[in-house]
Write a new protein. Structure first.
Length: 155
């Protein structure tokens, strides 16, 4: 399982954060869906972010070692923000407040997920990037302007 409780139990039992990162990357590769992420952090970037954490302490950092993805209309420092529009792209030098709070709680960023351009759609298919495939039935729309995030979560 990949929920907070089971990950924290695994960390407590001695699993390394590199193994969790490798599992995340393996699951992304197994999905074989180029439409989920607009930008994916490298293994080295994820590992560096995770290794900068204090030793495992789920009381001080309740999201310690928890991977998360960010919809690509929310800023993550040093990752491009596109809102699914290449012409709009910029690279912020600081995190959005929500991202900063997740990181402060111990979570680490996997990447930026696809969306309906500028988050204005209803079905998740208005993007110049590949359309994320519905995780249950690829004949169905991936759903909502948060399509990449929805599919990432489902997978």
């Amino acid at each position: 399982h990949f929920d907070i409780g089971s990950l924290h139990a695994a960390y407590q039992a001695g699993i390394g954060i590199a193994e969790v990162i490798d599992t995340v990357l393996a699951r992304i590769a197994a999905a074989a869906d180029p439409g989920i992420f607009i930008h994916l952090a490298t293994r080295a970037e994820m590992l560096a972010e995770a290794e900068a954490l204090c030793p495992f302490d789920p009381v001080a950092m309740p999201l310690w070692g928890i991977p998360f993805a960010v919809k690509d209309n929310i800023d993550v420092a040093d990752m491009p923000t596109t809102a699914a529009c290449a012409e709009y792209a910029y690279t912020p030098d600081k995190d959005a407040t929500v991202v900063a709070k997740l990181k402060a709680a111990g979570a680490f960023v996997v990447g930026k997920t696809n969306l309906d351009q500028f988050a204005t759609g209803l079905v998740g298919v208005r993007t110049p990037w590949p359309i994320p495939r519905n995780a249950i039935d690829p004949k169905l729309v991936p759903g909502g302007s948060s399509s990449g995030s929805a599919v990432a979560t489902a997978r």
